[in-house]
Design a protein around this ligand. Structure first.
Ligand code: FES
Length: 72
């Protein structure tokens, strides 16, 4: 584990600052609710419901995570 990974582990990066949601929070919600769309993720976590600047990043993260999950 390098210093970047250690930092990520200790201080998870918030992907939605307004709602204080980290990538781990979103992964948990995706897995627990079998989420496949941004709208479903938004409904469950309320992500991107304030300023909305995180929307594109969350969509990109969701697509990558779903792709990665279905490949394994
Ligand atoms: S950063 Fe996600 S709604 Fe503002």
């Amino acid at each position: 584990m390098d210093i970047y990974e250690l930092n990520q582990l200790l201080r998870p990066r918030k992907i939605c600052l307004c709602l204080g949601l980290s990538e781990e929070d979103l992964k948990k919600a995706i897995d627990e609710n079998q989420i496949t769309t941004f709208e479903e993720l938004q409904k469950v976590t309320k992500c991107s419901t304030n300023c909305g600047t995180c929307e594109n990043e969350i969509k990109k993260f969701l697509n990558q995570y779903i792709k990665k999950s279905s490949a394994s």
